[in-house]
Design a protein around this ligand. Structure first.
Ligand SMILES: [Mg+2]
Length: 161
């Protein structure tokens, strides 16, 4: 079977899953929004999950609807919480997908990434994306909304030089 030779991986969303949601994104205020993401708290439960998934030997693949212009800040944000070291691959949304619903983008990417990885588990907060992941046959799909009322690790905001 093809799956037997693919590396086993976890598919991980960022906003609403690892980080608190940063509201009011629009194409017009994308740059301001990207800076605001630095203030988002981190869900303690998601950090524990990530650590467990990483320790179990899964490849950690982050798939985010954040644009590619948010690459540097996202790296900085993950680093400031000690999460960057856990991430093996990170995929930001290319510009040509800007007008498409997040679920369509993720569906296309899961199809593509599914040729490289065997996804064992997914962490995600949006219902439409959760459906896409279940339909893609990912055996364990964790709805991050269940820990939205849980402990928050405050943002470790650093002044950007
Ligand atoms: Mg999300």
């Amino acid at each position: 079977m093809k799956d037997d030779i693919l590396p086993q991986a976890a598919l991980v969303d960022l906003d609403g899953t690892i980080f608190e949601i940063t509201p009011d994104w629009s194409m017009e205020r994308n740059s301001a929004w990207e800076l605001e993401t630095m203030n988002a708290g981190v869900y303690a439960t998601s950090v524990s999950y990530l650590q467990a998934l990483k320790q179990s030997g899964l490849v950690i693949v982050v798939l985010t609807a954040r644009g590619q212009t948010c690459r540097r800040l996202t790296r900085e944000k993950l680093k400031s919480h000690g999460l960057w070291e856990m991430v093996d691959h990170i995929h930001h949304r290319p510009q040509q997908w800007n007008n498409a619903p997040s679920a369509l983008y993720k569906e296309a990417m899961i199809k593509r990434l599914g040729r490289k990885y065997s996804f064992m588990v997914a962490m995600e907060d949006e219902d439409k994306n959760l459906d896409v992941m279940r339909k893609a046959g990912i055996p364990v799909v964790i709805d991050a909304k269940r820990w939205h009322d849980g402990a928050i690790i405050p943002s470790v905001h650093r002044t950007m030089g």
